[in-house]
Write a protein that binds this ligand. Structure first.
Ligand code: HEM
Length: 502
């Protein structure tokens, strides 16, 4: 319901608005979720590079979908300073015109951290998180990811005769828990809080009835983590963020918000990228043959997926701060642009370029672009999680195949990340491999790297993601050890319960 008191973020009344186009093209429903690319192709041919769209049935959640690569880049780079990432510029939200309780509203809402900030504040707020990520020792992080990936694979490879075929949902049993476990381990959370945070994160992102409660719970957990690490720093991301925040650019609440942001973005995008690359490799014969014959690397297969089925399909969150024109449409102050990264998959120019080019051409916008694009050290970490996880899968389960035809998969709505609702795969149980892995790690084995487990050789050498705790903790005895969670990996069984059963 519109209110006359609503003002723009700079305190002025909203200017007079022109009428929205009569027809809004629907970006919702199961058919759109299953094959958004055919629809984008249709829109590109019959409507143009910018399309007025509705994201749900009531059509009050509306915006302009941008499917042209150069217009997308123009908005994301924002050199003309027209577009804001701050949702207080979202006029429909400010005027209370959105459908109550829709999950995208929470995701789009104004946040107190870098996500909503303009320059120069954005650069200050990003500093601690980006510097801390850049401080990680990627070889150690690679070892950590590899161990977690191997333990997850061990957990679904049962003992039995060679002929036995194993069927698993790779989304629940691998793609979902792997990035979460890695990210939570990096932050230095203990296992109990990691599991609780994971459940809360899932409830929040799935928009279930408990989402507002979960949002509060997650914020409290992050606040506690920051408070704990400021008293007892360790060799972890949060302690290093505190260290790089010595000028106080981030308040404790802002720091906790930034930890939340990294986990939320990193986990969603990595899960989707793993699923979509697995699917591409299992359905695109040429790509998988080239990978097997070393004519293509896993990185190149992942790059191809950035074009064909991007992990983040839409960036919902740029609002006009002044009137402008976009692809022939008049845009008013407070209107929303939706940057349709997934639409590159339907771009005729890209398809004409062909498979080889899409493996090596990294001009895709899968990482975003401009000041709010994915920061370089975060990209490196995300790619490492996905590549290491996929390489372990392909190394250990070379006969992996889809358990249902690809066309029969159901998909979540691709408003943000695009993943199937389940990824059923099957493979013959690899006897020698399973017993070797069992000897190395084994289901129920202690998580390597846990200082509480005496069987683990030199955990700090292989698994601490940071070579040391921040310098100011040197006086505190024993703080150079990783502050990672203690306990057993099979906690992932609880993690998978987060995924909605649709
Ligand atoms: C794994 C694949 C990943 C993909 C495809 C990806 C993609 C993206 C995209 C498209 C954006 C731009 C959002 C916008 O413009 O509104 C973004 C922003 C961001 N990403 Fe990533 N990301 C990935 C992994 C990660 C990881 C692992 C982290 C951190 C640990 C991370 C941290 C961030 C942060 C903090 C931002 C916000 C930047 C800002 O607003 O200043 N991302 N990411």
């Amino acid at each position: 319901m519109a209110t006359s008191v609503s003002l723009t973020p700079v305190g002025t009344p909203w200017p007079e608005r022109s009428a929205w186009p009569d027809h809004l093209y629907p970006l919702h429903g199961p058919d759109f979720a299953r094959d958004p690319f055919a629809y984008y192709d249709h829109l590109r041919r019959h409507v143009g590079p910018v399309v007025p769209v509705a994201l749900e049935e009531s059509h009050s959640l509306r915006g302009y979908l941008v499917i042209d690569h150069s217009l997308q880049l123009d908005i994301l780079r924002n050199q003309r300073q027209i577009w804001s990432r701050d949702a207080r510029w979202y006029r429909d939200l400010a005027e209370g015109a959105l459908p109550a309780g829709h999950p995208l509203i929470d995701l789009s809402a104004h946040r107190r951290g870098r996500l909503s900030a303009g320059e120069p504040e954005h650069a200050q707020l990003s500093g601690p998180g980006n510097k801390a990520l850049a401080r990680m020792d990627m070889l150690r992080v690679g070892d950590l990811i590899q161990d977690l990936a191997d333990q997850l694979i061990d957990s679904f490879v049962p003992e039995g005769p060679r002929a036995e075929t194993v069927e698993v949902d790779l989304l629940r049993q691998f793609a979902l828990p792997l990035p979460l476990l890695v990210l939570m381990r990096l932050t230095g959370m203990d296992e109990h809080d990691a599991l609780t945070s994971g459940s809360a994160l899932h409830a929040m992102l799935s928009g279930a009835a408990g989402a507002p409660h979960a949002t509060g719970e997650l914020a409290a957990l992050m606040d506690n983590l920051v408070a704990h690490k400021s008293k007892e720093p360790g060799a972890d991301l949060v302690s290093w963020m505190l260290h790089f925040n010595e000028d106080g650019a981030l308040t404790p609440a802002g720091l906790s918000e930034d930890v939340w942001l990294q986990i939320a973005v990193g986990h969603g995008a990595s899960t989707a990228w793993i699923c979509n690359t697995v699917l591409e490799l299992l359905t695109n014969e040429r790509l998988s043959e080239d990978l097997a014959a070393a004519r293509c690397s896993m990185d190149e297969a992942m790059n191809h997926v950035m074009w064909s089925n991007a992990p983040i399909q839409n960036i919902i969150g740029r609002w006009a701060t002044e009137p402008t024109w976009l692809g022939g449409h008049r845009i008013d102050v407070g209107d929303m642009a939706i940057v349709g990264l997934g639409a590159s998959g339907a771009d005729p120019v890209r398809r004409a370029v062909g498979l080889e080019t899409s493996r090596t051409n990294n001009a895709h916008l899968g990482w975003g672009a401009g000041a709010h694009g994915c920061p370089a050290p975060a990209r490196e970490l995300g790619a490492l999680i996905v590549r290491t996880g996929l390489e372990r899968l392909w190394e250990r389960l070379p006969d992996l195949e889809l358990a249902v035809p690809g066309e029969r998969l159901d998909w979540v709505l691709p408003h943000v990340a695009r993943t199937p609702t389940a990824l059923p795969v099957r493979f013959p149980r690899p006897v020698a491999e399973a017993s070797q892995a069992g000897a190395d790690a084994g289901e129920g084995a202690p998580v390597p790297g846990s200082p509480a487990t005496p069987v683990v050789p030199q955990p700090e050498r292989r698994h601490s993601p940071f070579p040391s705790a921040p310098p100011r903790t040197r006086s505190t005895a024993g703080k150079d050890e990783p502050a990672g969670p203690r306990g057993l990996l099979p906690g992932w069984r609880a993690l998978v319960a987060w995924w909605p059963k649709r």
